[in-house]
Design a protein around this ligand. Structure first.
Ligand SMILES: Cc1cn([C@H]2C[C@H](O)[C@@H](COP(=O)(O)OP(=O)(O)OP(=O)(O)O)O2)c(=O)[nH]c1=O
Length: 203
């Protein structure tokens, strides 16, 4: 049985699109880069820690397969995680304004004795944002809980002028790579008996 080790409603919605049945594990994994830790290594490490903690939680079930994911925004080698408050979000948006940044999403899929990993890197270009634009965006609240203080699945599309890469990857769960890992575990495509409620609206 597949379990998604994530509190993120976006990851749940995206994984549902692949038509599999899965459980959800609510875990709290500390997210803090080590000094001088390269961004991609950090994102991989956190995804692996989430999956590993999920597997530990499922230790009574030897056939459990657990998926963990992590997403960070990276600009000039600096990692932008989830903003702590609106002022932090404003500072992030000012830094991203008028520039192209990377969004790195890492996946780790584990079972007892096996791990597969994948990484999706996308490039996102922001148009220049005025202080007014930033204030309007902050008022939507969309930035809360999102790496880099924006959500590509929402109003942020009004200032994203270019995306090169994976839309689902920027949202937190790159579905092409997820499907590849699931194939590696013999879980994709889903058997016809798996129920599929269909995608729900993005938030
Ligand atoms: C850049 C971007 C990020 N995000 C979200 C995806 C992730 O949920 C979040 C990055 O934080 P993460 O730490 O990757 O994930 P999370 O804390 O939300 O959930 P969990 O650790 O329990 O799996 O930012 C968007 O929804 N849209 C975007 O455009």
């Amino acid at each position: 049985m597949l379990h998604l080790a994530s509190k993120s409603p976006r990851r749940r919605e995206l994984l549902r699109m692949l038509g599999l049945e899965f459980g959800v594990l609510d875990l709290d994994i500390p997210e803090l880069p080590a000094p001088a830790e390269p961004p991609e290594e950090y994102v991989r490490r956190v995804a692996r820690e989430k999956a590993g903690a999920g597997l530990l939680r499922m230790s009574g079930q030897p056939d459990a397969v657990v998926l963990g994911a992590d997403t960070e925004v990276v600009l000039d080698g600096r990692i932008y995680g989830k903003p702590v408050d609106a002022a932090d979000a404003a500072a992030m948006l000012r830094s991203l304004s008028g520039r192209t940044h990377a969004v790195i999403s890492a996946l780790s899929m584990v079972s007892a004795g096996r791990e597969l990993q994948a990484v999706s890197v996308s490039e996102v270009t922001f148009a220049a944002m005025s202080e007014d634009d930033i204030a309007v965006y902050l008022a939507t609240g969309e930035w809360d809980g999102k790496a880099g203080a924006y959500a590509i699945q929402g109003m942020a599309q009004s200032f994203i002028s270019h995306l090169s890469g994976s839309h689902s990857g920027v949202m937190g769960l790159p579905l092409h790579e997820t499907a590849s890992l699931l194939r590696g575990f013999g879980l994709f495509p889903a058997r016809a008996s798996a129920s599929h409620d269909g995608p729900e609206p993005m938030r």
